[in-house]
Design a protein around this ligand. Structure first.
Ligand code: PLP
Length: 390
């Protein structure tokens, strides 16, 4: 059977064997409702508490500051709705032009429903325009929501520095840290960050579980209104097995963070350097100085990312492209467009995102197999032919 080289860890990750093992008892024997009053249920609620402690630890937070949710998207929605509902007189929101759709589409919705939203621009390397951001902070701003790390390019915003400034103005600061948790050391208690979103399936836990950090003292209104779970901050019987998995995954991620920032980073750099050395008209998108250790986004000019993905898939390589095929037209990603990446390059962008499960052999396989794919596709490309013709 053909081996799979999985380089799409920013899309989702494999469930770690230790994580699966930790969660299975809660799908079998320990099925009690954690809110019930007998011993079997108490065991389950103890497991929830342990997961809360493990999740808090990777952030440098206290367990009471963790609210378990169903995913990163719910955490983002819960944070922004909580901020605006808790500050009903304020009608202004600040976010960036490169957020994940979980924040972007909610902010766009709010911009059509009574809120003024400032979408802060980025430069050609995906770096946030901080002056623009601070100039737009006002008495009317209810919340500033900015991602810690970009899912497409891996570029990191200086959220700790921004949170300090925003806090000085008395404005709530939320960060979507779905891609950063487990890759970047965090000591959230020491920052001005009020709320932070994370998602299990980017951390080797299953899909469909996430968490929202809510700093002690932050005004909060639940997004899911229902029972008293999560200290009245999120109604709904807890997804116990997945929460146990998230806790275990957070603990593992803490243990593996050093490896992520050394071995995985070195593999990412090897991949990037190897590809750039072998392929002309290829460029990295985004600021390589402030970037996640596992991500590289490379544009191969004059061809389409989707075609590259299809040909890589035939030889077992999984990655993502920066364009989404919607209604028959290939639209480059809003992130690359916000960075001003030219269309010919944005269309041909591919994101490779690694994990601790990748090996050097896998990276060398990609370095060997990808350049001839690019060459073949370029031979078929009318753009490439016109470039060659001068
Ligand atoms: N935010 C970012 C930056 C992401 O990369 C993702 C997932 O791709 C999400 C939010 C959404 O997370 P989930 O898939 O758990 O809803």
């Amino acid at each position: 059977m053909m081996k799979t080289v999985y380089l799409d860890n920013n899309a989702t990750t494999a469930v770690a064997p230790e994580v699966l093992e930790a969660m299975l008892p809660y799908l079998k024997d320990h099925y009690g409702n954690p809110s019930s009053m007998y011993g079997m249920a108490r065991r389950v609620s103890t497991a929830l508490n342990q997961a809360r402690t493990q999740t808090a630890r990777i952030l440098g937070a206290s367990p009471e500051e963790i609210v378990f949710t169903s995913c990163g998207t719910e955490s983002d929605n819960a944070a922004i709705w909580a901020a605006i509902r808790s500050n009903p007189l304020k009608r202004h929101i600040i976010t960036s032009r490169v957020e994940h759709s979980a924040v972007k589409n909610l902010c766009e919705y709010l911009s059509h429903n009574g809120y003024q939203v400032t979408f802060v621009p980025v430069d050609g390397k995906g770096r946030l325009d901080l002056d623009y951001l601070y100039d737009h902070l006002s008495e009317d701003t209810a919340v500033v929501s900015l991602m810690w790390a970009n899912n497409e390019t891996g570029v990191m915003f200086p959220v700790e520095e921004i949170a300090r400034e925003v806090k000085n103005k008395g404005v709530v600061f939320h960060t979507d840290a779905v891609q950063a948790v487990g890759k970047v050391p965090m000591d959230i208690g020491r920052t001005g960050i009020d709320m932070l979103s994370l998602s299990g399936h980017k951390l080797h836990a299953p899909k469909g579980v996430g968490a929202l950090y809510v700093r002690k003292g932050t005004k909060f209104t639940p997004f899911l209104v229902g029972g008293h779970q999560e200290q009245n901050r999120r109604g709904g019987t807890e997804n116990v097995a997945s929460i146990v998995a998230l806790g275990k995954a957070a603990e593992l991620a803490g243990n593996l963070m050093a490896e992520e920032n050394t071995r995985v980073k070195a593999l990412r750099d090897r991949l990037e350097t190897g590809i750039l050395a072998a392929v002309p008209h290829a460029d990295v998108n985004g600021d390589t100085d402030r970037r996640l250790p596992n991500t590289t986004n490379i544009s191969f000019e004059f061809i389409e990312g989707e075609s590259i993905l299809l040909m890589m898939d035939e030889i077992g390589i999984c990655a993502s492209s920066g364009s989404a095929c919607t209604s028959g037209s290939l639209e480059p990603s809003h992130v690359l467009r916000a960075m001003g990446v030219p269309y010919t390059a944005a269309h041909g962008s591919v994101r490779f995102s690694l994990s601790v499960y990748n090996t050097r052999q896998e990276i060398d396989y990609v370095i060997e197999k990808l350049p001839p794919i690019i060459e073949r596709l370029r031979q078929m490309s009318p753009f490439w032919k016109s470039v060659q013709a001068g």
